[in-house]
Ligand binder design. Structure first.
Ligand code: HEC
Ligand code: HEC
Ligand code: HEC
Ligand code: HEC
Length: 508
């Protein structure tokens, strides 16, 4: 259990929204002085307004910690914002903060991502993309009631309610007052658009199935044409946030030249281009998913009128190694982890047995057991317990045996038999093998008649797991952000029980 959670009294939950606001205010005053001594000094680039942009958070608040030096974490992102005075910077999220498909744990994380963005990170505007919409209307309605701060920054120009196709599902745009570095007050209007095409193409195929009952996504360019004109009447600067492909972004810029700055979740095909200008519209793009990098660019008024990018965009690494964590956000993440307990699922009664568990295997394969028990695989669940993530399905699937399969791992209360990465994570479910070999070992087969015994022995033979474990088995878990540099040839010797004893170090 996470000690931070255990210590937090219940009354604190009730006053949490108030407390968060107080902390935001405190954070702003405490850190504006730049006491963290970062390189992003306010003095060096003092022109105009800073635009911070991020997107494709994919329902992530912080990295898993599976390997060292991972980037990301809203608690560190907050520290980057605090290096720029809040009143002269614009903070936006271009959308796709949730993940598709919207499993219960994905939606729960998305709730917290929104709570962070609308609360402590104090974003000015957050776009709603296709995977975000896939959470459904109920998701947004329940948040609106329970955590109004979480939905406050949401904007969308082209998402309408299916039940009333003339009514936008979210606020069309926000106007925020900012002060340029020189002190001049500037009003900034920000809207967003979801792509009306990506959910018909990979990898979002089917996302619309989740939201088409609730939401109608209209053509972004057509919706923006009128809206941006209106925004420009009310504000000095019009910013549009867009999900979808790079071609979508260019298409929008061509169709609506009145946009000043367009933030796209996609990148230009030529990735060396930091920003692109299309018919006067400056397009900047989100470079990295999962909140690993925070985009920053300075906007300044041109002498001839209109806005220019006063600096090339940069992507600041959200680096836990270099940045301080903001405690209130650490606490929010702790609250999320605690709430994953609600996601706990019970194993269906009478589930057929597939997994035997390492202890059973040990009764016949003692040397392999003795070796395995020394590896990190044998402690993989404790690793999650230490992080307070033992209820998080997003973590469990790689740290236990057969997560939510037949009699595989369902929850931490169910006992240790299938906890951790065990024999059957690599050799496959082997309960039947164990059972049959047990009957053979006990000589129970002697009771069978000849035909029966032959059949039984043939079945038992067929059930013997292959002794080889292929790379593709390892990379079910040793992959992507969870182990980006996995090298099968180098690592197999740590787990191969048939290897000479001196090389069986067990990875410790
Ligand atoms: C796709 C599979 C996968 C998922 C999902 C996953 N992990 Fe891991 N995790 C791994 C692997 C593989 C390693 C070992 C990496 C290495 O050291 O090479 C690991 C290692 C770790 C470690 C380091 C353990 C140590 O002893 O240094 C921590 C901590 C951890 N994971 C936590 C988590 C948390 C928390 C989550 C959920 C947010 C999570 N993991 C989700 C596969 C996964
Ligand atoms: C009652 C005894 C028994 C139990 C329990 C048992 N096995 Fe076996 N296992 C055997 C026998 C006997 C063989 C085949 C003979 C041999 O070792 O070559 C075998 C073979 C294997 C092989 C193939 C080895 C090779 O060299 O081809 C693997 C892998 C294996 N078992 C894994 C497991 C796992 C995993 C479990 C637990 C889920 C398990 N066994 C439980 C008796 C058992
Ligand atoms: C079911 C998921 C899963 C499978 C399958 C799996 N691992 Fe792992 N592995 C993990 C996790 C999780 C950890 C981290 C455990 C911890 O410290 O909490 C890990 C840790 C390790 C380590 C220690 C850390 C390191 O990188 O030195 C080695 C070595 C390793 N695995 C090798 C392998 C190899 C080789 C295979 C395939 C033969 C494999 N693993 C299959 C999940 C898996
Ligand atoms: C991380 C993956 C992994 C885990 C976990 C694992 N093994 Fe293995 N096991 C292997 C590999 C790799 C080999 C060697 C395959 C080869 O020889 O090509 C192997 C070989 C074996 C063999 C055949 C031994 C021989 O001498 O050929 C048996 C039996 C076996 N394992 C049983 C177990 C048992 C029982 C457990 C749990 C206590 C277990 N394994 C856990 C990967 C694993």
């Amino acid at each position: 259990m996470n000690p931070t959670n255990a210590r937090r009294p219940h009354w604190l939950l009730a006053i949490y929204p108030v407390l968060m606001l107080a902390i935001v205010a405190g954070m702003a005053t405490a850190q504006d002085g730049g006491s963290d001594g970062g390189s992003e000094g306010v003095k060096s680039d003092s022109e105009g307004l800073a635009l911070f942009f991020i997107g494709r958070r994919n329902s992530e608040m912080e990295p898993c910690g599976c390997v060292k030096n991972q980037l990301g974490g809203v608690q560190y992102e907050a520290t980057l914002y605090s290096r720029e005075p809040a009143e002269s910077s614009i903070r936006v999220d271009a959308g796709n903060w949730s993940l598709y498909p919207p499993m219960p744990d994905v939606s729960m994380r998305a709730r917290y991502v929104l709570k962070a963005m609308g609360g402590l990170l104090a974003l000015d505007a957050v776009n709603v993309g296709e995977p975000d919409l896939a959470n459904g209307l109920v998701f947004f309605d329940s948040l609106r009631e329970a955590h109004p701060e979480a939905v406050r920054p949401l904007v969308s120009a082209n998402v309408y309610l299916q039940a009333d196709s003339g009514k936008r599902a979210f606020k069309a745009y926000h106007v925020v007052e900012k002060a340029q570095a020189g002190g001049e007050s500037t009003s900034v209007a920000i809207t967003g658009v979801a792509s009306d095409s990506t959910f018909r193409t990979s990898p979002l195929v089917g996302a619309a199935d989740y939201f088409k009952q609730d939401f109608l996504v209209k053509n972004p360019a057509i919706e923006l044409e009128l809206l941006v004109a209106e925004m420009k009447e009310k504000a000095d600067l019009a910013v549009v946030l867009a999900t979808g492909t790079w071609a979508d972004a260019v298409g929008i810029a061509e169709a609506v030249p009145a946009i000043d700055v367009l933030v796209s979740t996609s990148q230009p095909n030529d990735r060396s281009k930091l920003s692109v200008e299309v018919g006067g519209v400056k397009i900047v793009s989100v470079h990295n998913a999962k909140g690993k990098e925070l985009g920053k660019v300075r906007l300044a008024e041109a002498d001839a009128g209109g806005w220019i990018l006063a600096s090339e965009p940069t992507w600041l690494p959200v680096s836990p190694k270099q940045l301080d964590a903001v405690p209130a956000l650490v606490e929010l993440i702790g609250e999320y982890k605690k709430n994953t307990e609600e996601l706990e699922v019970e194993m269906p009664r009478g589930a057929e047995r597939k997994f035997a568990g390492a202890r059973y295997c040990a009764s016949c394969h003692r040397p392999q057991y003795e070796d395995w028990i020394t590896t990190r695989h044998a402690d993989a669940l404790q690793t999650l317990v230490d992080k307070g993530s033992q209820f998080d399905p997003a973590c469990l699937k790689c740290h236990v045996v057969g997560f939510r399969e037949a009699n595989g791992f369902y929850n931490v209360r169910q006992g240790r038999s299938v906890a951790n990465v065990q024999c059957e994570s690599c050799h496959g479910a082997a309960y039947e093998h164990a059972q049959k070999q047990n009957l053979i070992r006990n000589n129970s087969v002697m009771r069978f008649d000849d035909d029966e015994r032959d059949r039984f022995l043939a079945e038992a033979e067929a059930l013997i797991p292959p002794s080889q474990v292929l790379e593709q088995t390892c990379v079910q878990c040793h992959q992507g952000d969870n182990d980006p540099n996995f090298d099968y040839e180098a690592k197999i010797h740590h787990v191969d029980h048939s290897a000479p004893a001196d090389s069986v170090a067990g990875g410790r």
